[in-house]
Design a protein around this ligand. Structure first.
Ligand code: C5P
Ligand code: C5P
Ligand code: C5P
Ligand code: ZN
Length: 491
């Protein structure tokens, strides 16, 4: 079967992964009922929206379960029947096999088979054919040597299966991109790359996606213009973090702040007004000698069929809208919005987003007021019950963004289930030169204290026993210390 996606997959590895997805779609077609097991963040909800929509269209009965992460108890509690794990599962393959679960996994996390046998690291496809994993089918970029942090997300791998099922699912390219942006897959080079780029090309051709070179600040569709400019970056001379400064600049540029009684957002402006603002910002940056402009100008991804004042217009804000649902036990609301609902679920999501943003700002301010703690090689903060465990990672990102050159990872922690602590870690790109993958480090550090962990090279998480927090932190600090000193020795 050919797919319209075939022509967009220009590299061998992309086609191989799509081939694996095509095999997976045949297994899907044989099922009478499927339990979709979804992660709760923007990528997870985008993934389950794609899976559910595709199954509904194919007339396959389905049910969705939302979970924060997999452990043996969670696996045991799942409804009976064939499972489709989206945006999770790869890091827990041994656990899934031990629980005798027949399933499809569409995910981009580091697969845990990597731990088992070094020989198979290079070709885990071979390993997956090993009879031990009979009944488990996986679509994961690591299987063909692609990077799961930047080249494709959980929703992207799910989209591959969806496109293998039918070309009518091409509209699901929108959640496929929202998921990638939600997982910050453009962080590497400032633009979406890898298979994500093929999806963009498809989306542009079918009129559902536009790529614009623009200001990359958060809130083009939803933040009042002055707040958008003052808080969008820390680096614009005379504007960043200076209350009232943006309205002075806008007056000088002859760009009205309001339209009648209503505050304007960036997307309300004419192209000419936007150009005046961008030129002024560029001028100030050049005068100040700031030449690393990637965080300020670059590609943005928008959905032209959506209302330009809605968060669903812009991939980044769409992802925030979904996080506002999933991270507060409203997964189904987020799924429906990702799948295209602009009615009841959408209204509910908007009000959840207002509260999510308040919680982010409060959490951020709380950590800043209390002060971040340090060990030799890491920074950390333990928030107890003061911050929701599901958003400590997002707040870590907000704090790190203020210091884009630091090589030190930031670990933020909060209380989780009784007796356990959730830890999130984020690091800037500069951390990569140390040669440590945070997913691997967190998995090992959690294991040494009886917890579980995983994720991506620059963004990972763990759940650990509350009493072992210091051991956990010390292990991480020591491991990074060792890696740092071995680099120094080589030099
Ligand atoms: O479980 P999942 O992979 O979907 O979660 C990825 C998380 O990692 C997201 O919350 C995303 O914000 C974060 N991330 C990040 N920086 C990166 C990659 C991912 O903060 N470079
Ligand atoms: O617009 P508002 O002030 O409500 O946003 C709350 C906070 O969340 C801001 O500091 C904003 O920068 C941050 N945020 C972010 N990335 C997101 C969502 C929110 O940095 N995806
Ligand atoms: O929750 P947070 O956004 O910090 O998660 C960052 C990454 O770590 C995600 O990809 C998540 O799936 C992963 N993670 C994990 N095991 C945990 C907690 C988080 O693999 N126990
Ligand atoms: Zn993901």
């Amino acid at each position: 079967m050919t797919s319209i996606l075939d022509t967009y997959l220009r590299i061998d590895e992309y086609r191989r992964l799509f081939g694996i997805a095509k095999d997976a779609s045949r297994i899907i077609a044989e099922q009478r009922k499927i339990i979709i097991v979804s992660h709760i963040d923007a990528d997870g909800l985008s993934s389950s929206a794609i899976a559910k929509t595709s199954l509904d269209r194919a007339g396959i009965e389905n049910e969705v379960v939302f979970i924060k992460n997999l452990d043996p108890m969670v696996l045991k509690g799942l409804p009976p029947g064939f499972k489709w794990f989206v945006d999770l599962g790869s890091g827990s393959m041994n656990m899934i096999r031990d629980a005798n679960i027949e399933c499809l996994i569409t995910d981009h996390h580091l697969p845990d088979q990597f731990d088992i046998d070094l020989e198979f690291r290079r070709d885990i496809v071979k390993f997956l054919q090993h009879s031990d994993f009979e009944g488990i089918t996986q679509v994961n970029p690591h299987m063909v040597g692609l990077n799961g942090s930047y080249e494709i997300s959980g929703s992207g791998t799910t989209f591959l299966v969806s496109m293998a099922m039918s070309d009518e699912n091409a509209d699901m390219v929108v959640p496929a991109i929202v998921g990638a942006i939600g997982d910050v897959q453009d962080a590497n080079s400032g633009v979406l790359e890898g298979i994500n780029r093929s999806f963009i090309d498809l989306g542009v051709d079918i009129g559902l996606i536009s790529v614009k070179n623009d200001l990359r600040f958060f809130g083009r569709a939803t933040r009042p213009l002055s707040k958008f400019l003052e808080l969008g970056s820390d680096r614009i001379p005379g504007v960043s973090n200076l209350r009232g400064s943006a309205s002075r600049m806008l007056r000088y540029l002859n760009v009205p702040l309001k339209d009648g009684d209503r505050f304007r957002v960036y997307n309300d402006l004419s192209e000419d007004e936007k150009t005046r603002i961008r030129t002024e910002i560029l001028k100030r940056l050049i005068i100040a000698g700031i030449d690393d402009l990637d965080s300020i100008f670059g590609e943005t991804y928008v959905f032209p069929k959506e209302d330009a004042r809605s968060p669903t217009y812009d991939a980044k804000e769409f992802a925030t809208l979904l996080n506002s649902c999933g991270r507060y036990d409203e997964g189904l609301t987020g799924l429906k919005v990702a799948a295209g609902d602009r009615g009841e679920s959408y209204s509910k999501a908007l009000s959840l987003m207002a509260s999510h943003r308040r919680k982010l700002v409060n959490g951020y301010n709380h950590i800043m007021a209390e002060g971040i703690k340090s060990l030799n090689n890491i920074d950390y903060f333990y928030a107890g019950k003061d911050i929701n465990e599901n958003i400590v990672g997002i707040i870590a990102n907000m704090i790190l963004a203020r210091d884009p050159d630091t090589v030190r990872p930031l670990i933020t922690m909060a209380d989780s289930d009784p007796g356990t602590v959730k830890a999130s870690v984020r690091a800037n790109k500069t951390f990569l030169k140390i040669g440590i993958d945070l997913a691997d480090l967190f998995r090992r550090a959690a294991a040494t204290v009886g917890g579980v962990g995983g994720g991506h090279d620059l963004a990972a998480g763990a759940n650990i026993p509350a009493g072992r927090m210091n051991d956990f932190l010390n292990f991480i600090d020591l491991e990074i210390g060792k890696a740092v000193s071995s680099i120094t020795e080589i030099k």
